[in-house]
Ligand binder design. Sequence first.
Ligand SMILES: Cc1cc2nc3c(=O)[nH]c(=O)nc-3n(C[C@H](O)[C@H](O)[C@H](O)COP(=O)(O)OP(=O)(O)OC[C@H]3O[C@@H](n4cnc5c(N)ncnc54)[C@H](O)[C@@H]3O)c2cc1C
Length: 234
Amino acid sequence: MSIIDWNQKTTEDLEDFLKPKIILPGTEHYAGSYQGWAATDHLPAMICACENTEDVQAAVDYAQKMKLKLSVRGGGHNWEGLAFADGGLVIDLTRLNSISIDTTASVALIGGGVKSIALIAAADEHQLVAVTGPSGEVGVAGFVLGGGYGLTTSSHGLGSDNLLAAEVVMADGSLVHTSATENPDLLWALRGGGGNLEWSLSCTFSYILQNLYWPAGSCSTSRRQNKYWRDTTN
Ligand SMILES: Cc1cc2nc3c(=O)[nH]c(=O)nc-3n(C[C@H](O)[C@H](O)[C@H](O)COP(=O)(O)OP(=O)(O)OC[C@H]3O[C@@H](n4cnc5c(N)ncnc54)[C@H](O)[C@@H]3O)c2cc1C
């Protein structure tokens, strides 16, 4: 269900709404915003620095109305620069970086733009382990959507195994919640389906954090891995 029915809005409404968040080529922040890990010649026509789910919905709807190619930027570490649509609109999720940890359930609710290092550090404060790869700048969402292997794969599974639920903006701008009991097919698809999945944009994720002290066999390994990540990631 959509928070706001953006489809009822005109292109001008959407432009007014998005204007403060749009970064255009030739402006001060453009270069830094579109560069990712991969060296490509992709030059997006505009970047929308989204701050919340409504921004994402509006950007999706705007791109549809303007027939612009869309891509989504999480941590920007896709090997082919898929986060940066050449000539298209980039939905930049970097500012969706909130992390909220439920220590009782050992679950983190994270924004779609959270980087691995931030989740590792937040989990570590509670002596919990986040299943991520060893490179701290990789986006958790991109990692999870692609499967996600790392130093804890043998003990705690792939990243996608630890995804519990997500809030997803669909191609028509609607907002859908998915979990094991709500729209479970979508959760299945997110678990390894890759990014840009027929236009689903995951704004928040509910992600299992592993307890360092259970199961006993993996605790010392996990603790060492956490320390290794803290000491070596950038
Ligand atoms: C230096 C380096 C080290 C790596 N190490 C590992 C590793 O140890 N284990 C491993 O499994 N992988 C590893 N990878 C691969 C990495 O996990 C994937 O490339 C991952 O997709 C990057 O995610 P990102 O968010 O940083 O990248 P982005 O380029 O921002 O996004 C990657 C893809 O996911 C989509 N996407 C990102 N966020 C969202 C979202 N919230 N909703 C919908 N779609 C989204 C993007 O559109 C794009 O298609 C590594 C990559 C690099 C460059």
